[in-house]
Design a protein around this ligand. Structure first.
Ligand SMILES: *Cc1c(COP(=O)(O)O)cnc(C)c1O
Length: 437
């Protein structure tokens, strides 16, 4: 690795003014977190909001609360291909992971398999020996809005149809997204966002829980009282990380942290033994102006996404996902200030969601590896998705013997993501197109 322009695969930039705002937040103390919470409640129109140290912490707290509310249930259903933080949080909460396959075209659950799981077993539909999920033991189902693509929650709700099963939206990658006029993160019973490094908006690390369900909020409230705060030394660590992110996320310098293997950049790690902390007022301060920042990043990412869509039309060997198969003309005619009108053919009812990375499938798995190797050599920020399906994570693979998830496996073998982060320049598109495809 040597000094050359290197794009991070995804990142929400952090600027000195955010860091200063964080320091001012730190001086203000708990009032700063109260302000952030109340802004989130107002914008998302929810009754309860909780701020924690990360997305996976938020999920673990939600699950612990549900476990106390429904002690006779202990299984959590998640997609077989997702961030390793999700199974980590489930194990951390002392619950059992159940998997459902995915539809590689939508990055949502495979609804065929899902409807089998939720059909009570009988003589014509015996209990599937290769998928032991039992709906009457299910505590929660967690749809994941991967890369910012909103899942079909209405369809999921209709299928579950059991008030004791909680729908938790993993909107870690989808803060600021909407589907059918509803804000992502507020459609399920409870939702969470991540403010980590590679997400839509970043405060170095952080997590947000939203819910309208009183009894869930009450339990979370009690649990959070026992959660520890960032110590002074942790705050110094956060400050240093924020400064490092400001300096080294820029493409001119990103080659340096990328070459330091011990930073494990871009790796997804299975580890249920993480620390659970409340968000600090430093982070809440860094988030100041979050709506404007989020909107600004979204505008740039969406411009970059459209650029990819127009470039990819002339490239062979790849298969765009249906959600991104909107012609650039149709996109240009989308007027974001007007509500979408599905009867107007130039205005697709499924407009392009705000993505944090641009996902697509390559037709030949071999081509995928070539693309990733080239990108790695030239620092293009083109990345595979997650390294394997959840049932193949070494630490937990014994829990899933004989279970196979072909849709999820397709994603492991064929998914790549292109960078849309604000640092992508015109010349990057040209070089990536010429050298990678
Ligand atoms: C990042 C992520 C998480 C965890 O968020 P952290 O803030 O990194 O703990 C959970 N789920 C998904 C889908 C994610 O991408």
């Amino acid at each position: 690795m040597f000094p050359r322009r290197t794009l991070p695969p995804a990142a929400a930039p952090i600027y000195p003014r955010d860091i200063l705002s964080g320091l001012r937040g730190l001086c203000r103390g708990s009032g700063e977190s109260k302000r952030f919470e109340s802004e989130l409640r107002d914008y998302y129109n929810v009754k309860h909001c909780f701020l924690l140290s990360s997305g996976k912490t938020s999920l673990a707290v939600i699950l612990k609360a549900l476990k106390e509310l429904y002690p006779h249930r202990d299984e959590v259903l998640i997609p077989a291909y997702t961030c390793y933080s999700v199974p980590s949080a489930i194990v951390r909460a002392g619950l059992k992971i159940r998997l459902c396959d995915m539809d590689p075209q939508t990055l949502d659950f495979d609804f065929n398999q899902l409807s089998k799981i939720f059909t009570p077993p009988n003589s014509t539909n015996p209990l599937n020996p290769t998928n032991p999920t039992n709906p009457s033991n299910l505590l929660a189902v967690i749809p994941v809005h991967l890369y910012g693509i909103p899942c079909d929650l209405e369809r999921l709700k209709n299928l579950i149809n059991d008030p004791e099963i909680t729908l938790i939206e993993d909107a870690a990658q989808a803060m600021g997204g909407e589907r059918a006029g509803q804000k992502v993160g507020t459609v399920g019973d409870v939702g969470f966002f991540s403010l980590g490094r590679g997400k839509a908006l970043s405060t170095v690390e952080g997590g947000i829980i939203l819910t309208n369900r009183e009894e869930i909020a009450e339990k979370i409230n009690t649990l959070i009282e026992c959660v520890s705060q960032y110590h002074f030394i942790d705050l110094v660590g956060l400050l240093i990380k924020a400064i490092m992110l400001f300096i080294f996320l820029r493409p001119a310098l990103f080659w340096f942290p990328k070459s330091l293997f011990f930073l494990k950049l871009g790796q997804t790690i299975y580890n249920p033994n993480f620390e659970i902390k409340k968000m600090s007022s430093f982070q809440a301060g860094m988030a100041r102006g979050w709506r404007k920042k989020l909107k600004h990043f979204q505008t740039i990412r969406s411009k970059n996404t459209k650029h990819w869509i127009s470039i990819l039309k002339s490239i062979k060997g790849i298969q765009p996902l249906p959600i991104t198969q909107i012609t650039p003309n149709a996109i240009n005619s989308l007027n974001p200030t007007k509500p979408s009108n599905p009867s107007n053919p130039s205005n697709p009812s499924n407009p392009l969601p705000p993505l944090i990375r641009f996902p697509l499938l390559v037709i030949e798995p071999g081509l995928r590896d070539k693309i990733i190797a080239t990108s790695d050599r030239f620092g293009f920020g083109v990345m595979p998705g997650y390294p394997d399906t959840i049932n193949h994570i070494p630490e937990i693979k014994n829990l899933f013997t004989r279970q196979e998830f072909p849709g999820a496996k397709t994603l492991v073998e064929r998914l790549i993501t292109l960078p849309v982060l604000p640092f992508v320049a015109e010349n990057d598109f040209i070089k990536i197109k010429a050298d990678v495809f």
